[in-house]
Write a new protein. Structure first.
Length: 250
């Protein structure tokens, strides 16, 4: 029996997949439950997608877990999300190590409660030698925040004389972003039917392929991930060229 996984061309696997994990609240509401119940059930999807990516050979998986704007939610929801984050990190470190996955986090991490920050740093330290895949959690993250802090860091280097204005180009600027050691995502997945970026990797998504699904995040599983990759592989990535140019023999 042929499955979706069999349709994946392993020679053209995305190296980096970014995911906007959306729809936890609506998933819970449909079931007559509190929003946090949705977040709790979203953890299983994180596990499934991380495992699927690692098994396939995807090198980078970046998950949007908490945006700068999410600080504006009710204190009850924010506190519950932070508690869930600490609990999940503590529970998953062993699995990450068993699967040779390195944990990473980007965003304005100083804004996290100290206990979360400390747990996160410890998990990052404990998994730093793993090299099968890098799993990046975006926490207290927004694309505009990241670009603004990069601009500030560039300005400081210029001011101190370590960098000449003439040296600033796209490549140089990228090195001041939180994602400096990663390739740009070839594929962006967003669940829940919303079709927007919501301040996610604004710089890095410049040429990514977008895949939207109506499924809420807690219902997203391995098969859904395979489907998004198969869809991605059906696209022609032209990077400004014409289709004819791409198929021309070199
Ligand atoms: C995504 O689900 C998780 C976070 C933003 C933390 P939501 O909480 O946004 O769920 P919906 O979009 O309200 O259904
Ligand atoms: C985006 O989801 C942020 C995360 C998934 C962490 P939101 O639910 O916060 O996005 P908007 O506000 O609906 O655009
Ligand atoms: Mg949402």
């Amino acid at each position: 029996m042929s499955t979706l996984k069999d349709k994946i061309d392993f020679n053209r696997l995305p190296q980096h997949i970014a995911v906007i994990m959306d729809g936890n609240g609506r998933w819970a509401k449909e079931k007559g439950k509190m929003r946090i119940f949705g977040h709790q059930n979203g953890v299983a999807a994180v596990r499934a997608v991380s495992e699927a990516c690692a098994e396939l050979g995807v090198k980078y998986l970046t998950l949007y877990a908490f945006s700068t704007e999410n600080w504006n939610r009710s204190k009850i929801e924010v506190d519950a999300l932070m508690t869930l984050l600490s609990k999940t990190i503590a529970e998953e470190v062993k699995t990450l190590n068993d699967n040779n996955i390195r944990l990473n986090a980007i965003g304005d991490l100083q804004r996290l409660p100290k206990s979360n920050y400390d747990a996160l740093m410890k998990a990052i330290e404990d998994t730093k030698d793993n090299d099968r895949m890098t799993l990046t959690l975006c926490l207290s993250y927004s694309g505009r925040w990241e670009i603004a802090q990069a601009a500030k860091a560039v300005a400081e280097k210029v001011k101190s004389g370590e960098l000449e204005i003439e040296q600033i180009d796209e490549k140089c600027f990228s090195n001041f972003l939180n994602t400096k050691d990663m390739p740009d995502p070839e594929l962006l997945v967003r669940t829940s039917g919303e079709e927007r970026i919501s301040n996610f990797l604004l710089w890095q998504l410049a040429y990514s392929e977008f895949y939207f699904t109506d499924k809420f995040w807690p219902d997203f599983g391995k098969e859904d991930l395979y489907e998004s990759i198969v869809d991605y592989q059906s696209r022609e990535r032209r990077f400004g060229k014409t289709s004819e140019q791409l198929t021309e023999k070199k």
